[in-house]
Design a protein around this ligand. Structure first.
Ligand code: FMN
Length: 240
């Protein structure tokens, strides 16, 4: 009798712990945000190693593990990446502005002055120039001769982003300097990256100076379909 009560207590405790940790799963995802302002505080070798270990435990097709990481702490090199990021973002957003995509994206914003300011900031590329403020920049490369490299590297990157966030550090996925082949070539030359690797993205990592709000997300009601595309899984009215 005593034993079964003991067992029941154990089960209750386990169930409670599971319920508590279920709530924490989503909280953990929301806790991760793109950080673009950093303090001067340095990241310890221990924390860096833990972040990289989390990256390498990501899944990959055929377990190919095609990711390669370069840790950049030299200020001149970080400035070089900041300049390339600024140029890359400037080109991308200028293209979006000229192609009217940007106007579509901000169509809901009625304050014309504010809109003008946003367009100016985006097309200048300055939005991505912050990367040199971080203590370090991680360059993530992937082997070109592996089938699933972009997917594999993205899995490693998400592990890294979550590890950084769990450590109360800050990071931002920055693709701006890698999307234009000419910038990729510049990065490869500067960092001696061999041709058999593709530069996937760069990741400034540091202590956050400012933590932004959670950015809006499209509700599940507009994202999930039942059995076939078009038949919403959740009640659309609830997601409004
Ligand atoms: C593939 C990818 C590329 C990104 N590239 C950039 C970038 O070049 N510059 C930048 O400032 N943020 C970049 N971001 C960050 C996104 O802007 C950010 O994840 C998004 O706005 C959602 O905000 P959150 O990360 O705070 O949740 C990128 C994110 C992803 C996933």
């Amino acid at each position: 009798m005593e034993q079964s009560t003991k067992y029941k207590n154990f089960i209750n405790k386990e169930e409670r712990t599971l319920d508590e940790s279920k709530e924490k799963i989503l909280e953990r995802m929301k806790e991760r945000k793109s950080i673009r302002d950093y303090t001067d505080q340095k990241i310890s070798e221990e924390d860096l190693r833990l972040i990289l270990e989390c990256g390498r435990f990501a899944p990959s097709g055929e377990n190919a593990q095609p990711w390669r990481f370069i840790v950049v702490r030299d200020q001149k090199s970080k400035d070089f990446l900041a300049q390339i990021s600024k140029n890359g973002s400037g080109r991308r957003f200028t293209g979006e502005f000229l192609g009217q995509k940007m106007q579509e994206r901000f169509a809901g914003l009625e304050d014309e002055e504010k809109k003008k300011k946003i367009f100016k900031k985006l097309t200048s590329g300055n939005v991505s120039a912050f990367v040199n403020q971080a203590d370090l920049i991680l360059i993530v490369c992937g082997r070109k001769d592996v089938w699933d490299t972009p997917y594999d590297c993205s899995a490693a990157i998400e592990n890294i982003l979550l590890a950084v966030s769990d450590l109360k550090l800050g990071c931002c996925w920055v693709i701006a300097p890698c999307i234009d082949i000419r910038d990729e070539i510049r990065i490869k030359e500067y960092f001696n990256i061999p041709d058999e690797l593709k530069v996937i993205s760069i990741f400034p990592i540091g202590y956050p100076a400012r933590i932004p709000h959670v950015r809006p997300r499209i509700p599940l009601e507009k994202l999930v379909y039942k059995e076939k595309y078009g038949n919403f899984y959740y009640n659309v009215e609830e997601g409004k």
